[in-house]
Design a protein around this ligand. Structure first.
Ligand code: ADP
Ligand code: MG
Length: 348
């Protein structure tokens, strides 16, 4: 989009800041009863009656969190929203509104921002959240995106990182490692393209993991499923940095240890085959890869019958006492200390 010389390029100066905001936000409608005032005044006005309000923000920086040479702007808009909604769902809450703030250099034409907002709009529609504000400014270099997500929950339904107890089951949604390996494939093709711009890569075998990287979905469905199954997790977190670091957060804040079983970690066949191709260990990738945006939670053992038949949910271990500490039980049945980098074979 940025490099396409044939596409229309309207400079941002032509519109001015207010014209730009109006242009980008004009087709967003308010759908939530709690959205009293959205874009257009000094601030948005929300009304959650007697429920609790949940707020989460993320900042994404070009060159650090995303690379526009393979990330289409529409996908980036979608993903920027997903990253934030995932945090709301990790509280067992319902996401209701977002704000989107942007800083862009003059290298970005209006059409590029339209693409970005098309992704934001699709995310809003799919996940039933309202865009209620933001800020727009210029940057000297590159693009910065900050999304704030707002949600709602009954106080009794909220799930923190701190509620896990020894003997609770450790459960993960979906499968892990795909987003990281998708990124490795995209990085490899970028290098090939630099050497030979006419190369036509066959990315079909990698479509699942590339989609995991470029178009992740936040697990709204899991919050709804848990409600339907009448299971309230004792603790929950979303997997943005990799399984091991998120498990360590749960252990630390809940003051527990855990036993994670390597052979239980859910992996898609594409993850296994691509890891082999890259000569990487698929367990290490699942533990340290990140960006999977799945949910990791603990439940009381008494709730196991309610979740055991569900293909979206995998029991990967259980919590132990704090004194026992966090461990990985390998396929070879050795017990090793779990570290933030994945796992260290030097301990024990
Ligand atoms: P202020 O000068 O008070 O910061 P702005 O002119 O920046 O106000 O914003 C005017 C309105 O447009 C506000 O409702 C603001 O939340 C909204 N807005 C500004 N930028 C964006 C954006 N990038 N996306 C969505 N809404 C925006
Ligand atoms: Mg402003």
């Amino acid at each position: 989009m940025l490099e396409n010389k044939n596409s229309q390029r309207t400079t941002l100066e032509q519109l001015g800041e207010f014209g730009l905001i109006k242009h980008l936000t004009q087709h967003f409608e308010l759908t939530q009863a709690s959205s009293l005032k959205g874009v257009g005044d000094d601030a948005a006005v929300l009304d959650f009656k007697d429920q609790k309000t949940i707020v989460s923000t993320d900042l994404l920086v070009e060159g650090v969190h995303f690379d526009l040479s393979y990330m289409p702007l529409k996908h980036l808009g979608y993903k920027a929203v997903m990253v934030n909604l995932s945090d709301i769902y990790a509280m067992n809450a319902t996401a209701t509104q977002i704000t989107v703030s942007l800083a862009v250099s003059n290298r970005f034409p209006l059409e590029a921002l339209e693409e970005f907002y098309a992704g934001v709009a699709q995310a809003c529609k799919m996940y039933q959240v309202d865009l209620v504000g933001g800020d727009t400014t210029s940057s000297t270099k590159g693009m910065l995106i900050s999304v704030t997500a707002i949600g709602v929950a009954n106080e009794d339904d909220l799930v923190y990182r701190s509620g896990a107890k020894a003997n609770d089951l450790l459960v993960v949604t979906g499968d892990l490692g795909g987003a990281y390996l998708g990124l490795q494939v995209l990085e490899r093709e970028k290098e090939v393209f630099k050497v030979n711009p006419n190369s036509q890569p066959d990315l079909d075998p990698y479509s699942y993991i590339i989609e995991r990287q470029l178009k992740p979905e936040a697990r709204k469905d899991i919050v709804e499923l848990l409600d339907k199954l009448e299971v309230k997790p004792t603790a929950m977190i979303d997997i943005s940095d990799g399984l091991s670091s998120e498990i360590l957060h749960l252990c630390e804040q809940s003051e527990t240890g855990c036993n994670l079983f390597e052979d239980k970690i859910p992996l898609d066949p594409t993850v296994i085959s691509t890891a082999e191709e890259f000569k990487m260990d698929s367990t290490t990738i699942a533990l340290s890869g990140g960006e999977d945006y799945e949910l990791l939670f603990t439940i009381d053992q008494a709730d196991f019958p309610k979740i055991k038949a569900n293909p979206n949910l995998t029991v990967i271990g259980h919590m132990t006492s704090k004194e026992e500490g966090p461990h990985l039980i390998t396929r070879a049945n050795t017990k090793i200390a779990l570290t933030a980098q994945g796992w260290s074979s030097f301990n024990k």
